[in-house]
Design a protein around this ligand. Structure first.
Ligand SMILES: [Zn+2]
Length: 312
């Protein structure tokens, strides 16, 4: 059962979720769900609704989420949180045999310089970008044959006019790998490998290693690389608040609006300290909260129906 929240308007991921639900032949069973009424704006139980705390920012960079089949339906999907914070978030469902024309149009829009965020192991060197490619004064969109600033350095003291569009492949690791290798329309774009080495993967719900990041953490890192430091910090804080409330709702404990996570978010909302908490791997508190939530849901699966429109 769901309730429409007056504080929320559907964003790209919410619209994709609605479209995916319409196509569902049977109800989606969410692991870790509950039988309580959920808010359509934040997906949390209405008792833990966080919509009033949300802040959306205009950023220089954009985020394009390519989401595997049922990913938009999962309450623990963190791509949703990116769309909460970053105004220019785009979301498309991925299919092996077809591609949304709107996605192709976005990738051809001259205001954007797309790059795919994915581990660069096995990627042709000419496509590889390292984090250093985004250093001040470096034209990241220029060729970076060594994966670092290299040939891009000195290309101009000013940033390129085109805005970075970070393409994130949202799914399990196996699904993301399939999307990367079976999407020929992505092959002409550079590949940004984030620091953390080749062990860095999308962590999603079930962290098997401490250096695995969830999708919103990846986006936060990309935003900070692109100079959108406040948005990156806000996204990190927003993930912490969401993970905390998600866990509390699941355990039927009340929300704690004065917790450290909420205080951090409040400070950023009012334009306070936006110094990055990254590298992400050092954000221990965030990771502990999120990982505990996800581990708990993995350990005690409680299938339930969530957010189903009438008639589905
Ligand atoms: Zn809500």
């Amino acid at each position: 059962m769901t309730m429409n929240c007056p504080d929320s308007a559907p964003h790209a991921v919410a619209r994709l979720r609605a479209a995916r639900l319409e196509r569902s032949a049977k109800p989606f069973l969410a692991r870790g769900g509950s039988r309580r009424v959920h808010c359509t704006g934040c997906r949390l139980a209405v008792s833990h609704c966080s919509c009033a705390l949300r802040i959306r920012l205009a950023t220089r960079a954009g985020v394009c989420l390519l989401m595997h089949d049922s990913e938009p339906l999962k309450p623990s999907n963190t791509g949703w949180l990116i769309a909460d914070v970053v105004a220019d978030t785009f979301a498309f469902g991925w299919a092996r045999t077809s591609v949304d024309p709107a996605l192709l149009a976005l990738l051809q829009d001259p205001q954007w310089r797309p790059c795919v965020v994915f581990p660069t192991e096995g990627v042709a060197p000419a496509r590889v970008l390292g984090e250093a490619a985004f250093a001040p004064g470096c034209d990241w969109a220029a060729p970076h044959p060594a994966g670092d600033c290299g040939a891009g350095a000195g290309a101009g003291a000013q940033a390129p006019a085109a805005r970075p569009l970070f393409i994130l492949l949202d799914g399990t690791w196996a699904e993301a790998r399939k999307m990367f290798h079976r999407s020929p329309y992505l092959e002409r774009f550079p590949v940004l490998g984030l620091q953390g080495g080749e062990a860095t993967r999308y962590r999603l719900r079930h962290a098997s290693q401490d250096d695995q990041w969830c999708t919103s953490e990846v986006a936060a890192r990309c935003l900070q690389l692109a100079g959108d430091a406040r948005a990156g910090a806000l996204l990190q804080a927003w993930l912490a608040v969401y993970a905390e409330r998600y866990d509390q709702a699941r355990q039927q404990r009340p929300a704690q609006p004065d917790s450290r996570a909420h205080q951090r978010l409040a400070a950023l909302r009012t334009g306070g300290d936006a110094r990055p908490q990254l590298p992400v791997a050092d954000a221990g508190a965030v990771r502990a909260v999120a990982a505990a939530s996800y581990r708990a849901s993995a350990a005690a699966p409680m299938p339930d129906r969530v957010a189903l429109p009438a008639g589905v």
